[in-house]
Design a protein around this ligand. Sequence first.
Ligand code: KG4
Ligand code: ZN
Length: 344
Amino acid sequence: MRVLGIETSCDETSASVLEGTGDDVTLESLVILSQDVHRIFGGVVPEIASRAHLTAIVPVVERALADAGVGEIDAVTVTNAPGLVGALLVGVSYAKSFAFARGIPVLGVHHMEGHLFATALEHPDAVPPFTALLVSGGHTMLLDVEAWGRYRLLGRTRDDAAGEAFDKVAKLVGLPYPGGPHLERLAATSDGGSYRFARPMLRRDQTPGDPDFYDVSFSGLKTAVLNATKAAADLDADRAAIAHAFQDSLIETLVEKTLRAAREYRRDRVVLGGGVACNKTLAAAMRARFESRGVRVFAPAPRFATDNAAMIARAGLFHLERGERSTLDLNAFASQPIPGLVAA
Ligand code: KG4
Ligand code: ZN
């Protein structure tokens, strides 16, 4: 089956063509157009995002089709939840018209399920069963993936997403938006010095029944960083150390919570996803903690970690092969649970 994927849930307009069956897939094209305009505002402005998708969607899809070369498209898959509704609607409306005009099926895909499939696009072994940590600007989720389509949501953030915490702390130490990659670079220039922040919601006495055994929370850490920046006698001299200590605390929390999940469900594979999975320090910390235990860690390349249509086509292909189809009533939703969730 040859599938077109479309992703417009936030500030990337993306299209991709993928061909294959089961876990044997070939990526024929992937176009990602990132909307730079939001930098001016220090965050994504929904109305501007929708308009930018509207301008970009036709050329982005045409480019993806041209890159993939001649051949029929058998189905269109599109992110229809969760995300910015106006932004999602652009992709969904376009996908429906594309499918209707060609008389082919259309299928709505959950954005976070797409992130779960992303790493498998380049690592053939990043397939279930595995423990998944999805860390992006909007979401932080720890899942046990027993099989494609069978997901157990173990933990999530109680407040800020990991990427959001990176971006806010980056702003506190004077870095541009989106701050995650800048903060990682700044943190690498220091060893943290005398700064150390508590590990949020991480205590040894927690047991699997505790509601906070897997959950994370980053707002307290963010406040601790804010207080440290205010208390610093010379912030310019200390900003790299503060950045380092913040990243240390956040990463150790994520690594330990992921380790709990992998142990509890006896998984020998950990798959990272979402924009924060671009963070090399996070991937290295995961590998250091897991590989001596015989657990392999898979981190996606940046173009598959951040929002992209290839992961949507890949997750869509799985559902299409199970005979699932959407109708032309397909709508966009700001928030929706991942399909296939089983009780924790
Ligand atoms: O998955 P994504 O592209 O978009 C959302 O769905 O949110 O993730 C974007 C997030 C931003 O918060 C960005 O700062 C963060 O990923 N990010 C990073 C790094 N690269 C991107 N965070 C930490 N370290 C990085 N190297
Ligand atoms: Zn995303």
